[in-house]
Design a protein. Structure first.
Length: 351
């Protein structure tokens, strides 16, 4: 069992999931998604399962994201089957977590990015530790903040969601709590005792309330958040009605924070930023299911384009960190290019 990429166990009504690729920072693969799907369906229907706890093996990461290098290799070596199936099946699992009928408790003891966010943020309990590090860095590899980013990001306070979506900025525990990405802070060394306390819980008719009472006994102080002093700036600049408007607002501000933020955006995929902007704005008023359909179409648009494979090459394969985006600037990303990412596809994911 130790060789399995996902480990499952049950003890005293608690279903345990351990993502088991510690050397790869528990990056999510298609076989892992295919292991999760039937188990989640089984546990959702099993009255003996009172709650589910998901964690990552090792001491560095919960899950650093989807294994996009595998998608890159598949595109080069085969006909892109992983790029077609991975996103579809991953998004189905994301929806199952969003609709899961029992408490979903994610122990975020380390790096939590991309696909790892999709396995955690849609549940009611996201437990950050002092090792927690969050980001949705997809615009830096020619993608967009998927796995339901179109749902949770627009629902963060103010313009934090747009800011995090476009910049890929990283958050530690205190800022994640402030933003609403995490719900609780528990020191890493207390996680085993937390799980034991959950296993010893006498469940009432209010499972969410029961978990909340247990967490109250373990919640600690994450320290001071750094985001609050920046909120007014974020809300001002990232409320513009286009990516170009955001960039112009930042460039004309005349302060160091705005200048650095504008410079960071200039390094990212122009196409990714434009489709991400539309995703976040549209997602604010869409159902979760419609958002996942939209994101699958966007993913297939990225698989058919240039920037995703160039971004993965530059950041993860060759590691020269010098992607050559096409188009190279925001002006070159036409409305037609953006619309192409939102059009229905042959194998559409519709719930």
């Amino acid at each position: 069992m130790a060789d399995e990429e996902v480990l499952f166990s049950v003890k005293r009504g608690i279903g345990r999931i351990v993502l088991n690729r510690p050397k790869a920072l528990n990056a999510l693969t298609l076989p892992m998604v295919r292991a999760l799907d039937p188990k989640l369906r089984e546990w959702a229907a099993d009255d003996a399962i009172k709650a589910v706890v998901i964690s990552g093996a090792g001491d560095r990461a919960f899950c650093a994201g989807g294994d996009v290098a595998a998608i890159y290799r598949d595109k080069k070596e085969a006909q892109g089957a992983i790029g077609r199936d991975f996103f579809r099946e991953e998004y189905v699992v994301n929806r199952m977590i969003f609709r899961f009928p029992k408490p979903w408790i994610a122990l975020l003891d380390g790096i939590t990015m991309g696909g790892g966010v999709g396995l955690s943020v849609h549940g009611p309990f996201r437990i950050a530790t002092e090792k927690f590090l969050f980001a949705m860095p997809e615009t830096g590899i020619g993608l967009f903040p998927d796995v339901g980013g179109g749902h949770f990001l627009p629902r963060l306070p103010g313009q934090l969601g747009m800011y995090l979506a476009l910049t890929g900025n990283r958050l530690k525990a205190a800022d994640a709590l402030y933003a609403g990405v995490a719900t609780h802070f528990v020191h890493s060394n207390r996680l085993p005792a937390l799980v034991e306390a959950l296993e010893e819980t006498l469940w009432s008719g209010d499972a969410i309330g029961d978990v909340g009472l247990v967490l109250d006994e373990f919640t600690g102080d994450a320290g001071q958040a750094s985001l609050p002093p920046q909120r007014a700036l974020i809300d001002t600049h990232f409320s513009a009605d286009s990516v170009e408007g955001i960039v112009k607002s930042l460039q004309s501000a005349g302060d160091e924070w705005a200048a650095k933020t504008a410079a960071s955006l200039a390094r990212l995929s122009p196409t990714s930023m434009k489709i991400t902007f539309r995703q976040i704005r549209n997602g604010a008023s869409m159902s979760f299911e419609d958002i996942m359909t939209m994101e699958y179409r966007m993913a297939q648009g990225c698989m058919a384009g240039h920037d995703f494979f160039e971004g993965v090459r530059a950041v993860l394969i060759d590691k020269d960190n010098a992607p050559q985006w096409q188009p190279a600037d925001l002006a070159g990303v036409t409305q037609e290019i953006v619309d192409r990412h939102f059009a229905p596809v042959a194998n559409d994911l519709i719930f």
